[in-house]
Design a protein around this ligand. Structure first.
Ligand SMILES: NC(=O)c1ccc[n+]([C@@H]2O[C@H](COP(=O)([O-])OP(=O)(O)OC[C@H]3O[C@@H](n4cnc5c(N)ncnc54)[C@H](O)[C@@H]3O)[C@@H](O)[C@H]2O)c1
Ligand SMILES: O=C(O)[C@H](O)COP(=O)(O)O
Length: 596
């Protein structure tokens, strides 16, 4: 067993633990089939936790935004609580050096400066809600500060707000209210549309989306959903049919958005997709503003494609006062109120208070978003594991629910000498995070996988030879799904990606049955083509024309002049136009762009 390296800590009051609460958390939550596992062994990574023994006095918690009473009361049992709302960024930086924990909602920017100003005292940031886009996670991790959130307590509130907006929009409630208050009585102007019998497309069938679907069914609507990663049986159980994105937007009378904001969903509703919608469609957004191209929505409203929109969230919050979208006559707006019910705020407050107190006591919360850790020799393999998970899930075709994942570790280490829990957690993170607003860490990985019906089985392929490096390769296979890149399907019918670490850098070495070799940095384009001269040059020059830097290229083929798969690593994301041109190169039979 390799020796543990002692890390340099920026926060002197943190302690290091390599077992205790972490090991028990894993033992308690591990649902997956693990062949050859040895949990008794000490794991080869270290978790930074705050030790309760290091406090001589009560810790201090700064609550920087309004938090439910029950949460504040819970905090007060354990800590000195300073509720200071509406602090300027400068005031926050000054106060933070006197605090062990900080609790915020979406209105406070917890940036690098805050962590630097804390002088090493800040041990935990609690986000009382789901989205943590206002917290600089990298800076938190570098400063050994744990970030926790409250991901479930506001689900119903968000779903109810979606339904409230749906009904209010259909019956012009906000516009009619303003008109009556302005002394008018315009009964003919505000004739609405009915919901019963209409088709609602729920885009994003996760926690909030499925609750919206359930409620809309109760209103007599015909509900369809699009979610490339949801399982059809979960949808069927509540009478919802999963359909393709194009079918959803082309047939819907109403569209309700419930996906996370990720690079893949950013501006998902744009000029091109509005053009495919049924004329007169009505749109509700309680997810994140960035999933809609807001300027394109104004154009779609003006041209009549979109009859009405109801929006709780905006790309920039608060939106500019003169925003054409906000001021549009047929748009109903609320100021990010999805989570704002008394009940949800109490629930969120309790969830976050418990997580923050637990973290201050040295426990690792299941809702930890970053779980700062210092790794030893497994570090590049951890990166490889996450990236293989990311690649594999992006190869899945829309409509196929991901349920069965098999991971194979090729190693010459004995089972006792290689603990795969961290690798499995990182593969789970890679599989789930690109498609969800859930943050996966080594504590909640198995639990999160189980909740989503994802079964991960592991096996070891024992190799002869010297066990100097912990692993030779990792292979990730997803069974019973279709792929948007048919060549990723192996002879045995699964999506298969394999990688290994070369000179400390993770590499993709196999896709389906094709051997490739491309370093897993930046992003990757995979093309299947008929093997012939000049292909690398053709694709390279399309990318070169828009200054996209190619970091790596490799071609794997069955036999000379037969089918081949070309893997191209790119530093910058190519434009849609360049990707289209690559697809149009005659010898290219299929291609896919994958973000790492
Ligand atoms: N307005 C508010 O106050 C408020 C409150 C809570 C949540 N939210 C937002 O609501 C959204 C959903 O939250 P949740 O808790 O249900 O998250 P979730 O992770 O439970 O569900 C998200 C779903 O979106 C799916 N998805 C991912 N990519 C997709 C794509 N390209 N097309 C369609 N579906 C895709 C995922 O598979 C997942 O099932 C998030 O954006 C969250 O930030 C807003
Ligand atoms: O991410 C969330 O939980 C919601 O968008 C709510 O944010 P809020 O706590 O600022 O209301």
């Amino acid at each position: 067993m390799a020796a543990l390296k002692t890390p340099t800590l920026k926060n002197p009051s943190l302690s290091l633990s390599s077992k205790s609460s972490l090991s028990s958390a894993f033992l308690a939550t591990s649902p997956n089939n693990l062949r050859f596992s040895r949990f008794q062994r000490q794991p080869r990574f270290l978790i930074i936790t705050a030790s309760s023994a290091s406090f001589s006095n009560k810790p201090t918690v700064l609550v920087a935004e309004k938090l439910g009473e029950a949460g504040v009361a819970l905090l007060k049992e354990f800590a000195n609580v300073d509720c200071s709302y509406n602090l300027s960024p400068e005031e926050l930086c000054t106060k933070i050096s006197l605090c062990d924990a900080l609790i915020v909602r979406s209105g406070t920017k917890v940036n690098r400066e805050v962590f630097e100003s804390s002088g090493g005292r800040l041990k935990v940031v609690g986000r009382a809600g789901v989205g943590i886009d206002n917290v600089d996670l990298a800076a938190a991790t570098e400063h050994g500060c744990l970030v926790v959130n409250a991901p479930t307590a506001n689900t119903v509130a968000a779903a109810e707000h979606g339904i409230a907006l749906l009904a209010a929009m259909a019956r012009n409630v906000a516009q009619a209210d303003a008109s009556v208050k302005a002394g008018k009585w315009q009964r003919n102007k505000y004739v609405g549309v009915s919901l019963v019998g209409k088709t609602l497309a729920v885009l994003g069938f996760g926690k909030v989306g499925s609750e919206v679907a359930r409620r809309a069914k109760g209103l007599g609507m015909h509900v369809i959903a699009h979610d490339p990663y949801a399982a059809a049986d979960r949808a069927h159980a509540i009478g919802v049919e999963l359909v393709s994105f194009d079918e959803a937007i082309a047939t819907a009378d109403f569209i309700s958005l419930h996906m996370p904001l990720t690079p893949a969903t950013s501006k998902m509703l744009n000029d091109e997709t509005f053009a495919k919608m049924k004329k007169g469609v009505r749109i509700v957004n309680v997810a994140r503003g960035g999933v809609i191209d807001e300027e394109a929505l104004v154009r779609a409203l003006d041209s009549g494609i979109v009859a009405q929109a109801a929006l709780d969230v905006f790309t920039v919050e608060p939106p500019p006062q003169d925003s054409k979208l906000v001021q549009h006559e047929r748009v109903t707006v609320t100021p990010h109120l999805g989570a704002s019910t008394m009940e949800a705020q109490e629930g969120v407050a309790i969830e976050i208070a418990e997580a923050v107190v637990g973290a201050l006591k040295g426990e690792l919360a299941a809702t930890a978003v970053n779980a700062p850790m210092v790794l030893t020799e497994l570090k590049p393999y951890v990166e490889l594991a996450e990236k293989l998970g990311r690649l594999a899930v992006q190869l899945v075709a829309g409509g196929s629910g991901v349920k069965n994942v098999k991971v194979s570790y090729a190693t010459s280490r004995s089972p006792d000498d290689l603990d795969t829990r961290l690798l499995r957690a990182m593969i789970t993170k890679g599989l789930i995070e690109p498609i969800s607003s859930v943050f996966v860490n080594l504590v909640n990985a198995d639990y999160t996988a189980k909740q989503r019906g994802l079964r991960i089985t592991e096996e070891r392929v024992i190799l002869d030879g010297s066990p100097e490096s912990p692993l030779e390769s990792i292979q990730v296979q997803i069974a019973n799904v279709e792929s948007k890149f048919a060549s990723a399907i192996s002879e045995s019918g699964e999506i298969k990606v394999e990688g290994r670490v070369k000179d400390g850098i993770p590499h993709l070495t196999k896709v389906g049955s094709f051997e490739v070799d491309v370093s897993l940095e930046g992003s990757i384009i995979l093309c299947r083509q008929v093997d012939q001269p000049g292909m690398i040059g053709k694709v390279g020059s399309i990318l070169g024309e828009e200054n996209v830097n190619v970091s790596f290229m490799s071609v794997g083929r069955i036999a000379p002049r037969k089918q081949a798969v070309m893997a191209i690593g790119v530093d910058e994301p190519p434009s849609k136009e360049s990707l289209k041109r690559i697809g149009e190169v005659p010898a290219i039979e299929e291609f896919v762009y994958l973000k790492l």
